[in-house]
Each structure stands twice: as structure tokens, then as C-alpha cells.
Design a protein around this ligand. Structure first.
Ligand code: HEC
Length: 318
């Protein structure tokens, strides 16, 4: 008990610890570039996206009216944010940190780049470098393909992206690739997004606890993050990397979905009592109705003997 106050103090101070920490972006992500050039069109679309997703915290660029959070979000027009490389901004928006949300599953890569395009429009000195693939026209007309191999010992899936035309086959470099394991509903992302290296290769680590089917098989697929650029190439395969899943039937233990045999006694009893009570009540109402009817007809018999006979008398009189 006597530690409660110091513990609470520490918890309150925790967020401020990250205040001074630099947000370090992995080396290979820093140099990541947009796959399309920033134009007036991308800037406009970026402004729209910024207003929807970022304005509430970062404020209007150039107005220095970002909201007070710890650490502060900052105004995108300032040097503090502009000194980030394109790849750094892209990475920070993708993964988030602390109060800065991750936009990985909210915005597509293209939308994040358009937002970067808008942010860069506040920097006069900015000169864009576009990802090589577009400017070098290295692969136009080529068939882009993915191949996959599973290294069992390292628990790694190696994805290789190649661009092939009639003459030659060259590796697709610096392309974002993601790996998914199929689940009952939709797909589960396995590991982080990876960029292909100079050989067109990206390596993914399969987590040890990944559940598979009863034989431990997991069906996985790889695809490009920037599908607009590389096309919607996917590669599927089944690897034996999952845990053998021995989960029982979903309904085996559920009395409600099962035969009477498995239903617990209390369910049968309360259900039985409920049904009896309802039918008993209906029976009671019917008995009462019958009583009313008997009493009614007895009264009619007693009260109106004369009038009953009157017409007969009259008829006889006629
Ligand atoms: C909920 C509030 C919030 C929203 C919404 C938000 N941010 Fe942030 N952002 C923050 C905070 C807080 C930080 C500082 C995080 C840190 O340094 O740990 C931050 C940091 C950043 C940084 C890094 C700044 C630096 O100094 O390097 C960038 C870039 C950024 N945000 C861009 C965006 C973009 C683009 C969007 C919209 C797509 C966005 N943010 C939406 C709160 C937000």
C-alpha cells in the first residue's frame, strides 16, 4: 500500500520520458521514395486526406496550431518535420508512435504519399526524388513475378520479385512486400512490411506461435504494398510452419446446440418448468372460460323460463 503513491507518480511521468527521445527510423526505410511524382493534383488530394486524418492533431500547416500533446505533434510546415526524409515521414505515418496513430490500415501507401506531397508543398527548398522504377523505366512491359521459398530451420519465408521481359530477368528492388496468412475470415499480416533488396529479395520471419490447421499447415500469400506500381501480383503457398491446431469443435461443449443428452439438468428442468407453466396457464384460462359458460347457461335457464315459452304460447294462440 505504501508504494501506491510513488507507483502512480511513475505511471504519470512515463509519457514524458519519450519526450526527449528521437524517433529513429530504420536505415533501409529512410531512403524510401514515392513511386509517383508530386504534382498539383497529388497535393490537392493530399490536402483533402490531411484534413480528414491529420488536421485534428497537427493543425493547419504554417499556423502552428497543433494540439497540446506530449510529445507535441508539431506543425508539418516547420523545420522539425520538414527535415525528415520522405521515407522517414512515410514510415512515421505508417507505424505511428505513442499518441501518433498508425495509419497502416487506414490509408493506402498511395494515400500516405499524397499526404506527404501536401506536407512538402510548405517547403520551398524541397526537391522530390521519385523511386527509380518510374524514372528509369527499368521494367515497362516486363512481367513482374513473385516467388517464395520457406527455410524451415530459420523459420523464414523468402520472397523474390523479378521483372522479366523477352530478353532478360532483373530483380525488382526497393519494393514493399507484405506477407499474409489466411485465416477463417480474411488474412493476417505476418511480420512487418519488407522492402526488396538489390537481389529483389525480402525475408519474413514466421512467428513461432502461428496457429495452423490440424497438420500444422498455414496457407500464406505475398503481395506488393504498391499494387498500382507493380501490379496485383500475388503468390500463394502452403507451408508447414504453424502449430498443430487441436481445437475441439466449436459446438461440442455447447448444450444449447446439442442433443438433449448433453444438456445440463438445470437447463432441462427450467425449460420443462417454463413450458409446463405456460401450458398450465392456458389450460387454467380455458377451464375458467368453461366455468363462465356453465354459470352463464345455468343463469339463462333460471331467469328466462317464461320468456322462453312465450313465443311457443303465442304460436299456439295463433
Ligand atoms: C491523435 C493525434 C494525431 C493524429 C491524428 C496524427 N498525428 Fe502525427 N503526431 C502526433 C503526435 C503526438 C506526434 C509526436 C509523436 C512522437 O514524437 O512520439 C506526431 C508525430 C508525427 C510526425 C513525426 C514528427 C517528427 O518530428 O518527426 C509526422 C511526420 C506526423 N506526425 C505526421 C502525421 C500525418 C501525416 C498524419 C495524418 C495522416 C498524422 N500525423 C496524424 C499526433 C497525431
Amino acid at each position: 500500500m505504501k508504494y501506491t503513491v510513488p507507483v502512480i507518480m511513475c505511471l504519470l511521468l512515463l509519457p514524458s520520458l519519450s519526450k526527449g527521445q528521437d524517433w529513429v527510423v530504420p536505415e533501409e526505410r529512410k531512403g524510401r521514395l514515392s513511386t509517383f511524382p508530386f504534382t498539383e493534383e497529388t497535393r490537392k488530394e493530399g490536402e483533402r486526406l490531411y484534413n480528414i486524418n491529420c488536421l485534428s492533431c497537427h493543425g493547419t500547416p504554417g499556423k502552428n496550431n497543433s494540439i497540446a500533446l506530449v510529445p507535441p505533434p508539431g506543425d508539418p510546415a516547420t523545420e522539425k518535420i520538414q527535415r525528415n526524409s520522405d521515407g522517414e515521414i512515410f514510415h512515421k505515418v505508417t507505424v505511428g508512435r505513442g499518441q501518433m496513430p498508425s495509419f497502416r490500415s487506414v490509408m493506402s501507401a498511395e494515400e500516405i504519399w499524397k499526404t506527404v506531397s501536401y506536407i512538402r508543398s510548405f517547403n520551398r527548398d524541397y526537391v522530390q526524388r521519385v523511386m527509380q522504377i518510374i524514372t528509369s523505366s527499368a521494367y515497362p512491359g516486363a512481367q513482374i513475378s513473385l516467388s517464395m521459398a520457406y527455410l524451415e530451420a530459420e523459420r523464414q519465408v523468402i520472397v523474390r520479385a523479378m521483372a522479366t521481359d523477352e530478353e532478360k530477368s532483373v530483380p525488382v528492388t526497393n519494393a514493399g512486400v507484405r506477407l499474409f496468412a489466411s485465416r477463417y475470415f480474411g488474412a493476417l499480416a505476418v511480420d512487418e512490411e519488407k522492402l526488396t533488396d538489390k537481389n529483389g529479395v525480402a525475408a519474413f520471419v514466421i512467428p513461432a506461435g502461428l496457429p495452423g490447421d490440424t497438420a500444422g499447415n498455414v496457407s500464406i500469400s505475398a503481395r506488393f504494398t504498391d499494387e498500382e506500381v507493380f501490379g496485383s501480383v500475388t503468390r500463394d503457398t502452403v507451408i508447414q510452419a504453424g502449430l498443430k491446431n487441436r481445437a475441439g469443435s466449436l459446438v461440442a461443449q455447447r448444450a444449447m446446440w446439442n442433443s438433449v443428452r448433453k444438456a445440463p439438468l438445470w437447463v432441462i428442468l427450467s425449460y420443462g418448468i417454463g413450458v409446463l407453466a405456460v401450458w398450465g396457464f392456458i389450460l387454467l384460462v380455458m377451464l375458467k372460460l368453461r366455468d363462465i359458460y356453465t354459470v352463464g347457461s345455468a343463469l339463462r335457464g333460471n331467469l328466462r323460463p317464461a320468456s322462453d315459452q312465450e313465443p311457443t304460447n303465442k304460436q299456439e294462440a295463433i
